[in-house]
Design a protein around this ligand. Structure first.
Ligand code: NOJ
Length: 569
């Protein structure tokens, strides 16, 4: 029989173990994520559109790159008005992307290679062809009428309020048959679900169960901050500035249709459900918000909300378009201050944003600058999200004429706004016709740069961007400081953005020369006695002296990025 003292010691040991278990980093905190836009990654059946089997075919490439998880954007049955973000069946695969069996195979093969599969969950709206909406639209007394946001016109017949749509111009469409308007923050073909109806929530949670049971490792939650609308549908304040692309429409402060407090409660319920089905899976929330304080709410009142609210501050002005040490330092410092130790994500490009290769490039040194921005992305305190093709320096290739445009928003606002086709062009695998993406006619043209800029060519060149990404990811994987260390900015040099990451046993210093001049960078004083030398763990422009390590001052070549490591006490 256990004595009370032994029982106590045993309980204390268990408690200690469980505290340690709780503190251990979760897989998604150490993962390098890689976003795949399936239409554009790899086609295997010659129809010019990528597919799930194409992703499976390229898993060895992703493993060699060092990716830990892929996020696959929507592949569900869809009329493809918004290229999959208009879902007409949540529990199947669109035939152009494959079948459920293909999905199962993708998950199985990915897991064999230690790659997790995160999928997109479009929970804010459905397609107007989804059976839910078809039923809802059929009559004012339909059982699913209240699954969407329907309102009578104003007495003069006009729309219920002034809300604009993200894709312009207005967020209400009149249904002639029933005489009411329905609300759509995005295209009219994407009616908004009414999350105030508990049946909607229950049904959407079933979708979560469906995919987790099939082996998905988590969800990227699309447009999650738009789930709820003001019940009184008050008008949004209109701002003086014109909206991007328009000469007549004004921006609005989305006071009554974005980030309502009810969203945070829904995220807590979603997380609880998710954790019951598979506590290992991750929830990543897409929420473009103007201020850090607003994003923090998505973590939940006791970190019981979304695990990773997407941090978009590196793709918002001024960091979005300016390679400037002062700007990056201040954006990251603001993030660190707001986060108070919570985990975050970092991202420089995605399927909605022009690629950073040319956005932050100066047109002359783009490859060097891409190595520098990669170094930053992969060494900050957070989980990096790469966007397919950034590892080979794919460029944003916008359509040249309005006839070529595929993204409806580009058609509407042409020529001021050309839509998002530019960042969605096919992956460039080799120098063959259509860059090895398809044997058919690609759904978007392959950029001319694919002849030189492709995976096969860069695999052969030791100094290529691709090989640099591989070295960088490999270094990150074995560096406790880069994986788990704390963050502190170093100095206030207007040209060199530098920081320290420190974990028990290892310190890393990252120095990024964001200028076209040579710059001296003073190394921080060491924390232990005796002569001290940092190892140059990685440089984007390796120099002969680097092999011996550095101390005192370091000279950085134009746009050089350096990671130094040292053993810390
Ligand atoms: C955000 C997605 O990233 C974007 O591509 C899509 O158009 C909207 N949400 C609507 O689903």
């Amino acid at each position: 029989m256990k004595t009370p003292a032994r029982a106590f010691a045993f309980a204390a040991l268990l408690a200690l173990l469980s505290t340690h278990a709780a503190a251990a980093p979760r897989w998604w905190q150490r993962a390098v994520f890689y976003e795949i836009y399936p239409r554009s990654f790899q086609d295997t059946n010659g129809d010019g559109v990528g597919d799930l089997n194409g992703i499976t075919r390229r898993l060895d490439y992703l493993r060699a790159l060092g990716v830990d998880a892929v996020w696959v954007t929507p592949f569900y049955p869809s009329p493809q008005v918004d290229f999959g973000y208009d879902v007409s069946d949540y529990e199947d695969v669109d035939p152009q992307f494959g079948t459920l069996a293909d999905f199962d195979r993708l998950v199985k093969e990915a897991h064999k290679r230690n790659i997790r599969v995160v999928i997109d969950f479009v929970l804010n709206h459905t397609s107007d062809r989804h059976p839910f909406f078809i039923e809802s639209r059929s009559s004012k007394t339909s059982r699913k009428r209240d699954w969407y946001v329907w309102r009578d016109p104003k007495p003069d017949g006009s729309r219920p309020n002034n809300w604009s749509s993200s894709f312009g111009p207005v967020a209400w469409t009149l249904d002639e048959k029933t005489g009411q308007y329905f609300y759509h923050y995005f295209y009219p073909q994407q009616p908004e679900l009414n999350w105030r109806n508990p049946e909607v929530e229950r049904r959407m949670l079933e979708t979560v169960r469906f995919w987790l049971k099939r082996g998905a490792d988590g969800f990227r939650l699309d447009a999650v901050n738009y789930l709820y609308e003001d019940p009184q549908l008050r008008d949004n304040p209109v701002l003086p500035e014109l909206r991007f692309g328009s000469t007549t429409e004004h921006e609005q402060e989305k006071k009554y249709n974005r980030d309502l407090p009810e969203v945070q409660d829904a995220m807590v319920r979603l997380r609880a459900f998710n954790d019951r089905v598979n506590p290992e899976s991750v929830l990543i929330g897409e929420a473009y918000v103007p201020k850090w304080e607003e994003l923090m709410r998505y973590y939940g009142p006791s970190n019981n909300g979304v695990h990773l609210p997407f941090n978009f501050f590196l793709v918002m002005e001024p960091a979005r378009s300016k390679l400037d040490a002062k700007v990056f330092r201040s954006v990251i410092e603001a993030s660190e201050k707001a986060l108070q130790g919570r985990w975050t994500t970092y991202v420089l490009s995605n399927h909605d944003i022009p690629r950073h290769y040319d956005r932050l490039g100066d047109g002359k040194n783009n490859d060097l600058i891409a190595k520098l921005t990669a170094t930053m992305l992969l060494s900050l305190r957070g989980s990096p999200f790469l966007y397919y093709g950034e590892e080979i320096g794919m460029v944003t290739t916008e359509p040249k004429t309005v006839e070529e445009v595929r993204d409806p928003v580009g058609k509407r606002y042409w020529p001021l706004r050309k839509g998002r086709d530019g960042e969605r062009t096919p992956m460039q695998w080799d120098a063959s016709t259509h860059a090895g993406f398809t044997t058919g006619a690609p759904w978007l043209p392959v950029p001319p740069s694919a002849k030189e800029k492709n995976v096969a060519a860069q695999e052969r060149d030791p100094d290529s961007l691709l090989n640099f990404y591989k070295r960088l990811i490999a270094l990150r994987r074995r560096s406790p400081a880069l994986l788990d260390g704390d963050y502190a900015s170093l100095g206030d040099d207007p040209h060199v953005y530098a920081y320290r990451r420190r974990a028990p046993g290892q310190t890393a210093i990252v120095a990024l020369n964001m200028s076209a001049e040579r710059r001296a960078f003073k190394l921080p004083p060491v924390m232990r006695a005796g002569p001290f030398v940092y190892n140059v763990a990685l440089s984007s422009r390796p120099a002969p002296g680097h092999a011996r390590g550095v101390s005192g001052e370091l000279t950085l070549a134009p746009f050089e990025a350096v990671i130094l490591t040292a053993r810390s006490l």
